[in-house]
Write a protein that binds this ligand. Structure first.
Ligand code: PLP
Length: 384
């Protein structure tokens, strides 16, 4: 292979996770599959058709660039794409032409969308994002009359596709009061729009954590990211779910495995330092292997002298500093390691597993961060 590592994506795991999510959410709510952040590192080009084959018909991306990528690989004519974040004016005509819906949270964008829709000759499908307390993006209360005015004035060109918001941390009970207030504010705004004779086609607020924890937030559509990929938004949400259903095991499965190979092997004499600087001193003669993945490939530098990988079905430790393109691991306890032998960074080798969270715990990265830092150019293969 040309790349120094590869990522495998399991079809069976995705099928199973999507089935689980559908069972939780029920049949009457649209599930938008969130594929921002390069499908949480899984690769938009590989993940989107796979998810479609498993039944997904609605995808959420962050920006226009991701929408272009998703659009290119979508297989079914009626599969929908929704942009939840950045889209510049120069791409709005394209989005409207392709029937891609998008969030609006500035009056200028809404006015521009109306103009663009007139030009294109087809309505812009807009999701009005309301500020409910996250304080990120979303119309403030004082802007809503103007939003309503624009929606009415341009009703031929603006389709009120959604009224949405995003919760500021539904995965943690510490944010309970804040989320509760956001839910109340959303409800008030929804009622206000109704009082103006404006009814969105879809009311949607819930990410994975909200959809699991607060069923009333599900409404017409939920935007599910992390659960599809086999992770819980937080440990707390897994524990809460399991105690609600009296279950012990994790109903989700990781889709992603990350593998590389041994690049080189050498012996280090007692008293020598390994790698840059003096962070690792060989207390005895040892055998080390170099693996061609480093912080430039998403293997965090904070895993220096701390990370683990699997070789020959055994856990071995990273010694010395993580380099841009390589790590060194201690293979003194292993027999007959050869150049080219498989190295598992995330996934199973034999009975042992390195999970994303164990990896994340060593480097203080949450699952979301670790996954989305996996570079675009590592090849992704779909496996069964
Ligand atoms: C607006 C919005 N909706 C939904 C999601 C999906 O979140 P999760 O992966 O926790 O389901 C995100 C991700 O952060 C988001 O920003």
């Amino acid at each position: 292979m040309l790349s120094t590592s590869k990522i495998e994506i399991s079809r069976k795991a995705l099928e199973s996770n999507m089935r689980f999510v559908r069972e939780q959410i029920g049949d009457n709510t649209i599930i938008s599959t969130v594929v921002k952040g390069n499908a949480y590192g899984h690769g938009i080009e590989e993940f989107v058709p796979l998810a479609e084959a498993c039944g997904a018909g609605h995808f959420s991306v962050f920006d226009a660039a991701e929408a272009y990528r998703a659009k290119k690989v979508i297989q079914q004519p009626d599969t929908e794409i929704m942009i939840m974040g950045m889209i510049e004016d120069e791409h709005i005509d394209w989005a409207i032409e392709e029937d891609i819906s998008f969030f609006v949270f500035e009056l200028e964008r809404l006015a521009y969308a109306a103009k663009a829709a007139k030009r294109v000759g087809r309505p812009a499908r807009v999701h009005v994002e309301a500020e409910t307390g996250m304080n990120r993006i979303g119309y403030e209360a004082h802007e809503l009359p103007e939003v309503a005015h624009l929606l009415k004035k341009h009703q031929e060109h603006l389709q009120f596709e959604g009224l949405c918001t995003h919760f500021a941390g539904a995965e943690s009970i510490a944010n309970y009061v804040r989320v509760k207030n956001q839910r109340k504010t959303y409800k008030r705004i929804r009622k206000w729009f109704e009082s103006q004779d404006l009814k969105p086609r879809l009311c949607h607020t819930a990410c994975s954590a909200a959809a699991m924890r607060y069923p009333p937030t599900r409404m017409d559509m939920v935007r599910i990211g992390i659960l599809n990929y086999g992770f819980w938004p937080s440990r707390e949400t897994l524990i809460e779910h399991n105690s609600n259903v009296n279950r012990q095991d994790n109903p989700l499965q990781r889709l992603l495995s990350w593998k590389s190979q041994v690049m080189d092997i050498k012996t280090v004499r007692t008293g020598e330092y390994v790698g840059y600087g003096t962070s690792y001193l060989a207390n005895e003669e040892m055998k080390i292997a170099t693996v061609p993945i480093g912080y430039g490939h998403g293997f965090s530098r904070s895993l220096s002298n701390a990370g683990r990988v699997l070789i020959h079905g055994k856990r071995v430790g990273v010694i010395g500093m993580v380099n841009m393109n390589a790590i060194t691991v201690d293979i003194s306890q292993l027999e007959d390691v050869q150049r080219g032998d498989e190295v598992v960074i995330i996934g199973y080798q034999g009975d042992l597993e390195l999970s994303v969270s164990s990896f994340g715990e060593f480097s203080n990265q949450v699952n979301y961060e670790l996954l989305t830092r996996l570079p675009l150019d590592i090849p992704r293969d779909v496996v069964d």
